[in-house]
Design a protein around this ligand. Structure first.
Ligand SMILES: [Cu+2]
Length: 166
């Protein structure tokens, strides 16, 4: 491989990483999270991945083809580890991706340009119609964060919810 090709591939990889906000591996799992070593979870501006089975609080979120999350707003305490159980009651694929508003907006934009791009990280769930997915998250910072569906068009249609961390 010549230098130019290597540089090109490196820049594509860097683009993919910056688009998703972290360097976790991308794979095609649906609903169920791949085995993940939570001790290595990276601290993000909105908290960090945590073992859902160690969470004291379970929050159920419903996703439907009306392009809404139910509930649309969640309040947690700083330091809480939450187990999110996201159920897709629609006929379309939906996602629950945690992040800052800016990150979600950027990621949604990226998904619109590259709808074939597969992404899977500990802060996101891809949930097929009629199934549920779960993930654990520890909210280490106070503030307002969001969960959005980044299936192309869904975020723009209003598929976004808010997490208030007190
Ligand atoms: Cu959706």
């Amino acid at each position: 491989m010549n230098r130019t090709a290597a540089g090109w591939i490196a820049s594509i990889a860097a683009l993919a990483v910056s688009a998703s906000g972290a360097a976790w591996a991308h794979s095609g799992t649906q609903g169920k999270k791949a085995a993940y070593d939570y001790s290595t979870a990276e601290e993000m501006p909105f908290g960090k991945a945590a073992d859902p089975h160690k969470a004291k609080r379970i929050i159920r979120v419903e996703m439907s083809d009306t392009m809404r999350f139910n509930p649309p707003e969640i309040t947690v305490r700083r330091g809480d580890t939450v187990r999110f159980v996201a159920k897709n009651t629609g006929k379309l694929m939906h996602e629950m991706v945690l992040g800052t508003r800016k990150e979600l907006e950027e990621h949604a934009e990226m998904m619109k340009k590259h709808p074939e791009m597969e992404h899977d990280e500990p802060n996101m769930l891809h949930v097929s119609p009629g199934t549920s997915g779960e993930m654990g998250w520890r909210f280490t910072m106070a503030g307002e964060f969001y969960y959005g569906c980044l299936v192309p068009g869904h975020f723009e249609a209003g598929m976004i919810g808010k997490v208030i961390v007190r």
